[in-house]
Design a protein around this ligand. Structure first.
Ligand code: HSE
Length: 473
């Protein structure tokens, strides 16, 4: 009997950077015959920079030159491309609008779309999902959150029967890499950032990683599938890691028995959802404290899974499921993209067109940023004189905030000189005094009011650094 011919699904690939090239590796090099009867074939690849002659020229350009184009419509409109993969790295707002245009055009052409571009979904999600619904096509985005970790699939399918309370964790590999290296090896922020870029973790514009924008975009998607929220940019209270100094690790560790981790949190009290992205103090014995480098970890807390297991220690610390894996880099992201591609190629359409979520859209509201609350760590660097702590505590008191502890370490000359150098301070190193005040639960609004008063004081040498303390209060 003659062997039946394979069914071929054509792919149009937009992007040939870190992720795009890793996708080509998976399709070209590893062999693409994963399933009997089904074969994937790249129809066309769009690259903005073929870089021929450049030492870092595209890996597959020489052997597959005929597939490459610098015209994106040749990919989007290609008659043999059934699925369009968007793996472009955006550098600015104009890129985002352009890439949104590519996605909507592909959907309009009757093609499904798989994307690793969380920035575009965060900025134009509503418009994109409406276009998908209009065309009856699917858009898949597993690779947008947590690199290779299959979290979107878990939330939308495996936890369909759950009532979600919280989804949180470490979802920016670059920030986690930088903070881990600073903590473990005392590296400077700049050195650790450079290494993260060299390892291919960072976005095209690393500012989006360190400022928390990348994590914000991912959190918006997580909050979407978990809580049915269509959050708009700006709905998340966001802080970057740029202001973290090695001295913060000294205080966190020696006084707080904690490290500092880049957290993203969406949690619900049953009527509103708090969403925040910030570096936070995480106790050394918390699960997330051990997650180092570019590894991501996403913890999920669901009401139903907690029932009957009240003695479980992990439940006490606010989670009952942990998803851990490589969160950045071409390989894991490409694997996540191709997971979506294979599922679409098989014709699995569990989600239907539209945005799946655990809680019906419209049930929960987004908590306003000013009302988000936590216990806080505030690190000061002052020009020392009598009465400063009393003065600062009075300002917190006036904002209705209870002071918890005052942490003051004896600093070596070297540590003071390091502060002096890194902040380019205009006083003598021996006049500098760093210390920390920790606060009981307060809202972001209260903190903003208190710090507005404090930062005007003449003894303040450096903008106070204030971080949530995770797992207390
Ligand atoms: N720049 C991202 C990160 C890559 O550092 O996590 C994955 O989205």
């Amino acid at each position: 009997m003659a062997k039946a011919k394979d069914f071929i699904v054509g792919l149009g690939l937009l992007g040939s950077g870190t992720v795009g090239e890793a996708i080509q590796d998976l399709v070209f090099a590893a062999g693409n015959r994963k399933e009997p009867g089904l074969r994937l074939k790249i129809a066309k690849i769009y690259t903005r920079r073929p870089d021929t002659g450049h030492p870092k020229k595209k890996k597959w350009y020489t052997t597959h030159r005929e597939l490459f184009t610098t015209n994106p419509t040749e990919v989007i409109d290609h008659p043999e491309a059934d699925i369009i993969i968007e793996a472009l790295g955006s550098e600015d707002e104009r890129d985002l609008a352009t890439f949104k245009g590519y996605i909507i055009r592909a959907l309009g052409n009757g093609k499904s779309v798989v994307t690793s571009d969380k920035a575009v979904l965060a900025r134009f999600g509503q418009e994109i999902w409406e276009a998908a619904a209009r065309s009856g096509q699917e858009i898949r985005f597993e690779a947008c959150v947590g690199g290779g970790i299959p979290i979107i699939r878990a939330l939308t399918q495996s936890f369909a029967a759950e009532t979600p309370e919280a989804i949180y964790g470490i979802i920016n590999g670059t920030s986690n890499y930088i903070l881990s290296e600073m903590d473990k090896y005392g590296k400077s922020y700049a050195q650790a950032l450079r290494e993260a870029q060299e390892r291919g973790y960072a976005e095209t514009n690393p500012k989006s990683d360190v400022s928390g924008l990348d994590a914000e975009a991912k959190l918006m998607l997580l909050a979407g599938v978990t809580f049915g929220l269509h959050m708009s940019p700006g709905g998340v209270w966001r802080k970057g890691i740029e202001e973290i100094h090695p001295v913060d690790f000294l205080y966190a560790s020696r006084k707080g028995r904690s490290t500092i981790k880049p957290l993203a949190v969406a949690r619900s009290d049953g009527s509103t959802v708090e969403a925040l992205v910030a570096p936070a103090l995480v106790p050394h014995d918390h699960f997330l404290a051990a997650i180092d480098g570019a590894t991501n970890a996403i913890l999920f807390k669901g009401q139903k899974s907690a029932a009957g297991d009240r003695e479980d220690k992990s439940e006490i610390r606010g989670w009952n499921y942990a998803f851990v894996g490589p969160g950045a880099g071409g390989g894991p992201t490409a694997v996540a993209v191709m997971g979506d591609v294979w599922e679409l190629a098989r014709g699995a359409r569990e989600h239907g067109a539209g945005f799946p979520s655990l809680v019906a859209p419209g049930t929960l509201a987004v908590q306003s940023q000013a009302r988000i609350s936590a216990c806080f760590y505030v690190r000061f660097v002052v020009k020392d004189r009598v009465g400063i702590v009393a003065d600062i505590c009075q300002a917190f008191g006036q904002a209705g905030i209870n002071v918890s502890e005052i942490w003051q370490l004896g600093h070596s000359q070297e540590e003071l000189e390091n502060l002096h150098r890194s902040y380019r301070l205009d006083v003598k190193p021996r006049e500098i005094l760093p210390f920390v005040i920790t606060l009981e639960r307060a809202t972001v609004g209260q903190m903003t009011a208190a710090l507005a008063a404090i930062r005007r004081k003449d003894y303040i040498l450096v903008e106070p650094v204030w971080l949530p303390i995770w797992g207390t209060g």
